[in-house]
Design a protein around this ligand. Structure first.
Ligand code: A3P
Length: 297
């Protein structure tokens, strides 16, 4: 679709209406549906740039009772596999790494609900949804596209990317479709919906709530505080196990993965007109769901 976007590359494909790059090939997406889910799995389901890495680090530490020693030795992308993705640095794809990993697993995915493993519906393993307001997501994704060779190194400009984002012509498809697909599950007992903006505003309280959801309420407040401090933007940016500086598809001199970590940075990117148009689009597509996104703190 959308040949009007000049940087759509030969490696890209559309799977059940969702755009993907070659890192998530059709055969992997097919196999994901038949992935063996375990009762004690924890899935982190996010749209790209919603703060996935942040949530992975927090969740992994909670699930491993604050094992900072291991966290400081092993990159987060090794501890928490990316289900539908083949990382060029690694021999095996995410599916294989996850299949071989010991329980309890903390599995990252950016898939919309319809592409998830079928078994998540029966096994009732835990699912953390981490939402972030779409304007900040879009700006973050724009910078990621510019810095990442996974996307053929995007040379377009902001208006072009904004149009792509609005249309869902980006890796993993439409933010609107992703969000709409997961929203109805938020009240299930095995699902926890959290927001980037809340985590930013009150990390300790959010991490404590998450610990309870994960059945980790025995972890004491001191450890939770240490996790919150370990997962601050500044600390994660300095930490080679979380800052992805070793991920060579990201040119950090263009834009690092941990770029700004702010709420409301979209105001530095959207024009007044772009913002009004985006609000209209949002209202048309998701307005009736009344999702309590915060665009500023
Ligand atoms: P920005 O580009 O707005 O800075 P993902 O991990 O899903 O790719 O998301 C990346 C975004 O999450 C980036 O947003 C990054 O800075 C932000 N992020 C990562 N770790 C963070 C942290 N500890 N605190 C705040 N934001 C964080």
């Amino acid at each position: 679709p959308a040949c009007k976007f000049r940087h759509l590359l030969p490696g890209q494909h559309v799977f059940e209406g969702v755009l993907f790059f070659g890192y998530s090939p059709p055969e992997v997406l097919d196999a994901v549906k038949f992935f063996d889910v375990r009762y004690d799995d924890v899935f982190i389901a996010t749209y790209p740039k919603a703060g996935t890495t942040w949530m992975q680090e927090i969740t992994w530490l909670l699930m491993n009772d604050g094992n900072f020693e291991t966290a400081m030795k092993t990159p987060v992308y090794m501890r928490s596999p990316f289900l539908e993705f083949k990382d060029t640095r690694l021999e095996e794809n995410g599916l294989e790494i996850a299949s071989a990993a010991p329980s309890p697993r903390v599995i990252k995915t950016h898939l919309p609900l319809k592409l998830m493993p079928h078994q998540i519906h029966d096994k009732k393993s835990k699912i953390i949804l981490f939402f972030r307001n779409p304007k900040d997501v879009c700006v973050s994704y724009y910078n990621f596209y510019k810095s990442s060779s996974s996307f053929g190194t995007f040379h377009g400009d902001w208006p072009e990317f904004l149009e792509m984002f609005r249309e869902g012509h980006v890796d993993h498809g439409s933010w609107f479709d992703f969000t709409k697909s997961w929203w109805p599950l938020r009240k299930q007992p095995n699902v926890k919906l959290m927001y980037f903006e809340d985590m930013k505003q009150n990390p300790f309280a959010e991490i404590k709530m998450l610990a309870e959801f994960l059945g980790k309420d025995h972890i004491d407040d001191g450890v939770l505080s240490t996790i919150a401090a370990h997962c601050s933007f500044e600390r994660m940016k300095d930490n080679p196990m979380t800052n992805h500086l070793d991920v060579y598809s990201i040119d950090s001199s263009v834009s690092p993965l941990l770029r700004k970590g702010l709420v409301g940075d979209w105001k530095n990117q959207f024009t007044v007109k772009q913002n009004e148009d985006f609000d209209k689009l949002y209202f048309d597509k998701l307005g009736q769901l009344n999702i309590p996104f915060k665009y500023t703190l």
